[in-house]
Design a protein around this ligand. Structure first.
Ligand SMILES: Cc1cc2nc3c(=O)[nH]c(=O)nc-3n(C[C@H](O)[C@H](O)[C@H](O)COP(=O)(O)O)c2cc1C
Length: 168
């Protein structure tokens, strides 16, 4: 069960939580949503507001939801649910009903957006800016070669953190 906490009580290591534990980016509403695993992103202060940012390729089904709905959720699952993160990072919602396979219990957060009862933490976010990564703005050739050989450049979504939800 998640409960809302003030942002000031959020003390966590973003490299561990996002980079190592991974997260689900959940777009849409309870009626229609999709989710994908992400290990790139972060949080910080932009335009004097608390913001989260994620990198989502336009080819992802989740991208459609981030474009269509103003809000999305970053959901952090416990280690015991690593298999779900692996499925949601390997299969597209276009091919399989991830929501059913995942066996998670979705619910709607107060601020809008979808989280799961099983989560350790969730951040509800409202998109403020979408910025495609432009090939010309990428200064490192090794990154271009490693990640963009197919030309599938990410979109950067910067979103205001509206609420922080933690398991009791
Ligand atoms: C550990 C891990 C991290 C990932 N991080 C990202 C990411 O930050 N951005 C992204 O666009 N895709 C990322 N992916 C790939 C998507 O999760 C994957 O393509 C997924 O199947 C997309 O699902 P969808 O088409 O239902 O949105 C990651 C996959 C894994 C396994």
């Amino acid at each position: 069960m998640l409960h809302s906490i003030p942002l000031s009580e959020l003390s966590w290591n973003v490299f561990e939580w996002i980079g190592e534990k991974w997260m689900l980016v959940v777009g849409g509403t309870l009626e229609s949503y999709n989710m994908m695993t992400a290990s790139w992103g972060g949080v910080g202060v932009v335009w004097n507001e608390p913001m989260a940012f994620v990198f989502v390729r336009p080819s992802r089904y989740t991208h459609e939801f981030l474009m269509k709905y103003p809000s999305f959720t970053l959901v952090f699952l416990p280690e015991s649910h690593r298999d779900i993160l692996e499925i949601c990072g390997a299969k597209s919602g276009r091919e399989i009903e991830k929501m059913r396979l995942a066996g998670l219990t979705p619910f709607s957060l107060e601020e809008g957006g979808v989280a799961f009862e099983e989560a350790e933490m969730a951040l509800s976010c409202t998109t403020a800016c979408r910025q495609p990564i432009e090939p010309s703005s990428l200064l490192r050739e090794d990154i271009r070669r490693a990640f963009y050989a197919q030309g599938d450049y990410h979109d950067l979504f910067i979103a205001r953190i509206e609420g922080v939800w933690r398991r009791k």
